[in-house]
Design a protein around this ligand. Sequence first.
Ligand SMILES: [Zn+2]
Length: 430
Amino acid sequence: MRPYFVKMKRIIFLLAVLAIWGNITAQSFDKYFENKTLRINYLHIGNSSTEMIEVSSFSAGGIWSGTRSFLIDPHRYGDMLLEVYDAATNALLYSRSYSTLFCEYRATERALTETGSFEECINIPMPKSPIKFTFKVFDRRNVSKLLYVGKYDPAKTVTNHFVNEYEVLELHKGGKSENCIDILFLPDGYAKEDAEKLESDMKRFASYVMNCSPYKENKTKVNIRAIKGFSEESGITDPNGGIKRNTLLNSSYNVIDVDRYLMCLNVWKMYDIADDAPFDVIIIIANSDKYGGGGIYNFYATVCNGAPQADYVIVHEMGHLIGGLADEYYNSEVSVMDYYPTDVEPVEPNVTTLVDFDSKWKSLLSSDVPVPTPASEDHKGVLGVYEGAGYVAKGVYRPWLNCTMKVIAYNQFCPVCTNVLIEAINYYTK
Ligand SMILES: [Zn+2]
């Protein structure tokens, strides 16, 4: 009797959750939010064993270019979860899953002994009434911890206003911002004398995105713009090469001790510059010949302009940025330790430990494909379950032999990653 009772309780609970969810999504965006963006600027501080959030300031302006239909995030692919509640009724109004550089830092060897402090930002639609917001963090075992509870009152809380300073280049126009994913390029390390290069690079990278599936089949759902912002000096800081440059965004190689990991440490300033244009995602285009880049889910990505495989780098990093896709490669220099515990199903949609394969691409497999699938030539082009992914050769599996998330190959996303990217584009178009 007991199992039946427990099961019934679960069903009743699920029905209640669905009823609340249905209620919120059915109510219009306009009831709770204005067509304006509110940004929460905060510091994420800690090490491998402890962490905290310190909210620094709020800023507001522009329009809300994000989703109006999926106010409650349909997926929890990221390490962080922001939730926004109506202060009066405690109803959940908005949530957003995302990842951060801090969450990668805390898994490094350095974080065992050193505390780090990282600037972070999150944009939400401007509430019409007072809200409560919470930050939760999830570890690699999917255990959550509440990090912060804050309040915001649109009538009372001190708020800075967006200031427009830069010219905006329109690179691809698919439609109105509220019906498109708005991709914004931010140039870094382009001095005034690199003006021509800046414009031609921005056009070149926009064409890399728009000539790759599934973006090219969804041209009317994508906008790409660039901020025309110059740096004091030409080039990008590279600590291992002894190079220091004074640049617009102060991005650098070798963040969290991975030489090719090119990231920006002045995130607040980056968002201040970005808010001169409507945007859903930010991609830094760095003026450097050295191979490098990075992409953090629903946060930002970087690519360098001079690498011979730059077309591949931008679409690969966008896989992390908009799709929450995992790296399908292994044997890499990535310095994170035990990133995917093999007894836990990872949240990323394109890798599995087979702990809960039903929640991944199992339903798409042909019945004659063995699980796991041998990585042999005759399985080329066959959706399967191939061992080796997520930085390890054993215990983590990928859906395709050689997807763009695994090998340096442009426009070669596997069917699983393609479906995830289409869903991610659609998130912003409704
Ligand atoms: Zn893939």
